[in-house]
Design a protein around this ligand. Structure first.
Ligand SMILES: CCCCCCCCCCCCCCCCC(=O)SCCNC(=O)CCNC(=O)[C@H](O)C(C)(C)COP(=O)(O)OP(=O)(O)OC[C@H]1O[C@@H](n2cnc3c(N)ncnc32)[C@H](O)[C@@H]1OP(=O)(O)O
Ligand SMILES: Nc1ncnc2c1ncn2[C@@H]1O[C@H](COP(=O)(O)OP(=O)(O)OP(=O)(O)O)[C@@H](O)[C@H]1O
Ligand SMILES: O=C(O)CCC(=O)C(=O)O
Ligand SMILES: [Fe+2]
Ligand SMILES: [Mg+2]
Length: 336
């Protein structure tokens, strides 16, 4: 271990000790955490022996971590192949949601399979769901969620060449806006580049450190060329906040916190930029009712789609739609 790493390790041990002592001192009934009096303690990560002290501190401070070369070419090629089979309608996956870019969906063209911009909820497709159970991914996920792990939301993004209206952009948002389970710190997204991603084809853009804030109000951005369904953006984020463009190679994976403000840019190439992702949560998380919160607007939209899709009554809640989709991938299904 380098001297810097040793110093960091000592610091972490010290912070964790003060964390425990604070917990012992805390009123058992207060319910309030003690993070305010110890703003430096490690609240976002666990020590499982995998993350180096530097990596833990990086995630604590920035809300994301980029791990190079985590998923093999063979696995990625298999996901791509299965995605293409789905687009050609050679397989039918129960529960799958297929989205086309709004610029194409609203145009005169008969949309062909190339127009698929995103598939969601592939938990019933064994080949794609294998992504969510890859041991090397779960080893990292455990550092954020702890040992009982649920795969809550799955997505393969096929960002199309921009049709000229900038609709291929994804506005700046916090994924927690879509989730009706907590606590946020025990949720993490794994996002793997299926090819080289950079500013030309619309890589992820993050605002480092914003995971330490609260959930913001989200709504459709006022974009001239239109916005995709459910692509809500943060109402008023600070445009001066430093941004980081996450340029990645095929197989690289970024893990990020659900409060981290992020988006993705326009695809200025002729290729379809592909990424696969899964949102994980600790099975020990609990569902919340979003009635009366800023999340009421997204609940309303999800309800409309679920009602139409499954021909069910409108008594379904956001929480129900997550309970149906979630799958245990490690440990015990304790709560979610
Ligand atoms: C129990 C399961 C519930 C299932 C609900 C799924 C909810 C998803 C929850 C999101 C969780 C996200 C977690 C964090 C990640 C953040 C995000 O990624 S946010 C963006 C994700 N949102 C979506 O992907 C939206 C889901 N997509 C859809 O539901 C559908 O693709 C659809 C947009 C509703 C269109 O499907 P479909 O009804 O099959 O299509 P059409 O019949 O052709 O069109 C109907 C209607 O909608 C217009 N339209 C089509 N595509 C779009 C589009 N991309 N944007 C805007 N509008 C679109 C189309 O023109 C038609 O309109 P018309 O006026 O009736 O002509
Ligand atoms: N006018 C805008 N209003 C709100 N969000 C925007 C706007 N333009 C871009 N964004 C968002 O900023 C993020 C980055 O977009 P984009 O890649 O175009 O940024 P950029 O910094 O201009 O990069 P580049 O110089 O490579 O184009 C995306 O999430 C995108 O949706
Ligand atoms: O553009 C992407 O690949 C990611 C978009 C995103 O952040 C999301 O779907 O939640
Ligand atoms: Fe997101
Ligand atoms: Mg730009």
């Amino acid at each position: 271990m380098s001297r810097a790493a040793e110093r960091l390790k000592l610091l972490i041990n010290h912070l964790e000790r003060s964390h425990t002592q604070a917990a012992i001192r805390a009123e058992p009934t207060s319910g309030q955490t003690f993070t305010h009096s110890h703003p430096q303690q490690l609240r976002y990560t666990f020590d499982t022996g995998l993350l180096t002290p530097e990596q833990r501190l990086f995630y604590e401070e920035n809300g994301f971590i980029h791990i190079k070369n985590l998923v093999s070419e063979d696995d990625i090629d298999k996901f791509r192949w299965e995605f293409e089979r789905i687009c050609r309608q050679e397989v039918k996956v129960p529960g799958l949601v297929v989205m086309r870019d709004v610029a194409i969906a609203k145009s005169e063209f008969i949309p062909d399979q190339k127009a698929v911009s995103k598939i969601q909820d592939f938990q019933e497709d064994p080949d794609l769901f294998q992504y969510c159970t890859l041991p090397q991914i779960l080893k990292y996920v455990e550092c954020f969620t702890g040992p009982n792990i649920m795969a809550m939301h799955t997505m393969l993004i096929n960002k199309p060449p921009d049709a000229g209206k900038k609709t291929s952009r994804h506005p700046m948002h916090q994924d927690l806006h879509y989730f009706s389970f907590r606590p946020a710190d025990r949720i993490v997204c794994a996002w793997t580049a299926m090819e080289k991603v950079n500013r030309h084809n619309g890589c992820l853009v993050v605002l480092p450190g914003t995971h330490t804030g609260t959930l913001q109000e989200h709504d459709y951005p006022e974009w001239e060329g239109g916005v995709n369904k459910m692509y809500h953006g943060v109402r008023g984020y600070n445009p001066q906040h430093p941004r980081v463009h996450l340029e990645m190679e095929k197989g690289d994976t970024v893990f990020f916190h659900p409060l981290l403000i992020h988006g993705s840019g326009m695809n200025q190439t002729q290729g379809f930029r592909k990424a696969i992702s899964c949102h994980y949560a600790s099975a020990d998380c609990y569902y919340i009712d979003v009635k009366g919160t800023t999340q009421e607007n997204i609940e309303k939209e999800v309800k409309e789609i679920a009602t139409r899709k499954y021909a069910i009554g409108d008594e379904i809640t956001l929480k129900d739609t997550w309970a149906i989709r979630g799958r245990l991938v490690q440990g015990v299904r304790t709560s979610l």
